[in-house]
Design a protein around this ligand. Structure first.
Ligand code: NAD
Length: 276
C-alpha cells in the first residue's frame, strides 16, 4: 500500500528529465499520473513504465486550449484531481540587450502563463471537493508544486528571460497559496540548481528544440560553464534527475501537509544570491 494510493496527478513535461522521475515516484507511491509532454513518443514510453495505470497527454502547453484539455484528460479518465506538478520548461538564454520580444514572451509563456492556465483549469476540481469535505468536518490535502529555478529566485546573468518567467511563478505560487490554503491545497515551489538533464548537457551534444512559435535553439550549456558546476556547488556535483524529483515528491506527499507557500531549494547548497 502506497501513501498516494487512489490519488490522481498531472505532471507537465514528464516525457523525460525531472518530470519523468516525478511521474515515476508518484506512481510508485500509488498515484495515477497524467504524463503531459509535447513529445508523444517520450510521453507514451514513460506511461508504459509506470507502476500504476497512467495516461499520456500530448500537446504544446503554450497553444491555446491545451492546458484545459490536459486537466479534462485527468478528470475524464479518473473523475478527480489531487496533485498538479507544473514542471514543463526549457531555457532560451541570452543577455538582456540581445533578447527579442518573441524570446522574452516565450519564457513568460511556458514558465508562468502555462502554470497559471493549468491551475485555473484545475481550480474547480481542487476546490469544490474541499468545500464538501469542509462541510463534513474533514481535511483532505491536495497538492500543487510549481517548478522554478535559482535563476528565478536569485537571478542569473545571461538568463534574463528565463529568470523573469521563473521569478513570476514564485509570485503565482505565493498568491495561490493565500487563496487556496482554506481549501487545504498546499501550493509550493521547488527551485532547482543544476540538474543533470539535457538542459545542462554539453552544448551541441543533445540536439535542438522548438522555442516559442517557430524558432529552433540548440540545447545545453558551454563546457566552460559546466566545468565550474562542481566548484560552485557545495555538494560538489550536479543532481541526478531522480534526486531532483525527490524534492518535488516530498511536496506532493503527506509529509508536506503543513508546508505552504514556500520555495524549496534543491540545489546541493548552491546559491546565486547577492549579499545585502
Ligand atoms: N536541469 C536543470 O538544471 C534545471 C534547473 C532549474 C530548473 N529546471 C526546470 O526544471 C524543469 C524540467 O527541466 P528538465 O531539466 O527536466 O528538462 P527536460 O528538457 O529534460 O524536460 C522538460 C520537458 O518539458 C517538455 N516541454 C517543454 N516545453 C513544453 C511545452 N510547451 N509543452 C509541453 N511540454 C513541454 C519537454 O518536451 C521536456 O520533455 C523545467 O521547468 C526547467 O526549467 C531545470
Amino acid at each position: 500500500m502506497g501513501e498516494l494510493d487512489g490519488k490522481v496527478a498531472i505532471v507537465t513535461g514528464a516525457g523525460r528529465g525531472i518530470g519523468e522521475q516525478v511521474a515515476r515516484k508518484l506512481a510508485d507511491a500509488g498515484a495515477h499520473v497524467v504524463v503531459s509532454d509535447r513529445d508523444g513518443d517520450e510521453a507514451r514510453a514513460v506511461v508504459s513504465a509506470l507502476a500504476t495505470e497512467g495516461v499520456e497527454h500530448v500537446g504544446d502547453l503554450t497553444a491555446n486550449g491545451t492546458c484545459d484539455e490536459l486537466v479534462a484528460k485527468a478528470v475524464d479518465t479518473w473523475g478527480k484531481l489531487d496533485i498538479v506538478v507544473n514542471n514543463a520548461g526549457y531555457a532560451w538564454d541570452g543577455p538582456l540587450h540581445k533578447v527579442s520580444d518573441e524570446q522574452y514572451q516565450a519564457m513568460l509563456d511556458i514558465h508562468t502563463v502555462v502554470p497559471f492556465r493549468v491551475l485555473r483549469a484545475a481550480a474547480p476540481h481542487l476546490r469544490d471537493p474541499a468545500k464538501a469535505e469542509r462541510a463534513e468536518g474533514r481535511e483532505v490535502f491536495r497538492k500543487v508544486v510549481n517548478v522554478t529555478s535559482l535563476a528565478g529566485v536569485m537571478g542569473n546573468a545571461g538568463q534574463i528571460a528565463y529568470a523573469s518567467g521563473k521569478g513570476a511563478v514564485v509570485g503565482l505560487t505565493r498568491a495561490t497559496a493565500k487563496e487556496w490554503g482554506g481549501f487545504k491545497i498546499n501550493v509550493n515551489c521547488v527551485a532547482f540548481g543544476v540538474i543533470d538533464t539535457r538542459l545542462t548537457a554539453a552544448v551541441g551534444t543533445v540536439g535542438e528544440i522548438q522555442a516559442g512559435a517557430d524558432a529552433t535553439i540548440t540545447l545545453g550549456v558551454p563546457e566552460v560553464v559546466r566545468q565550474n558546476f562542481g566548484l560552485a556547488i557545495p555538494l560538489g556535483r550536479a543532481a541526478t534527475a531522480e534526486e531532483a524529483a525527490r524534492g518535488v515528491y516530498v511536496l506532493c506527499s503527506p509529509a508536506s501537509d503543513y508546508i505552504h507557500g514556500q520555495v524549496l531549494n534543491v540545489s546541493g547548497g548552491l546559491s546565486l544570491g547577492m549579499a545585502g
